[in-house]
Design a protein around this ligand. Structure first.
Ligand SMILES: Nc1nc2c(c(=O)[nH]1)N=C([C@H](O)[C@H](O)COP(=O)(O)OP(=O)(O)OP(=O)(O)O)CN2
Ligand SMILES: [Zn+2]
Length: 149
């Protein structure tokens, strides 16, 4: 069985060497969809009976590790020194410096790496992260799929 939870967050970024307008600093309403697989929990009388994982718990983990960290941040490549230096001049600015260019593909892969460690198989139902889908816009998204990143 697979389940998917979607969260949304706002963040700024730029693609420093982009051939067109994405080299400018701009923002997106990102969405992240987390897909987990596992057996349906059959333990009688527990809150999670009948679920793969409680959607609320899926959300809370994704928020703690990704959506809350990236929300209202500027996501910047550590090699983008001009923007890094500029952001340092802004007091208490929420900046997330990343060792890769913040494309949808790289952000999806990074979210998968982080979340793969965060979701634990608490009930022995073989709970496992299968996919992270990262929407940069409603029309553009990247899928980080287990064993295909
Ligand atoms: N493979 C990728 N291509 C592009 C990425 C990316 O992450 N991966 N990112 C961008 C830009 O960040 C840009 O913000 C997206 O621009 P655009 O394609 O113009 O997206 P829109 O949805 O706004 O375009 P519409 O034509 O208005 O739908 C570029 N490429
Ligand atoms: Zn963009």
């Amino acid at each position: 069985m697979q389940i998917t939870r979607r969260l949304e967050f706002d963040a700024g970024h730029r693609i420093p060497h982009h051939k067109s307008q994405c080299r400018h600093m701009h923002g997106h309403r990102y969405a992240i969809e987390i897909t987990l697989s596992g057996a349906i929990i059959e333990i009688e009388g527990i809150s999670e009976q009948g679920m793969v994982m409680d959607f609320t718990d899926v959300k809370n983990i994704a928020y703690t590790y990704i959506a809350g960290v990236w929300d209202h941040a500027f996501l910047v490549y550590t090699g983008d020194t001009q923007v890094i230096e500029f952001l340092k001049t802004l007091p208490e600015h929420k900046t997330v410096a990343l060792p890769f260019i913040p494309t949808a593909e790289n952000l999806a892969a990074e979210a998968f790496r982080i979340l793969d460690k965060a979701y634990q198989d608490t009930y022995g139902n073989n709970l496992r992260l299968e996919q992270v889908r990262l929407y940069e816009t409603p029309n553009n998204w990247a899928d980080a799929v287990r064993n295909k990143i």
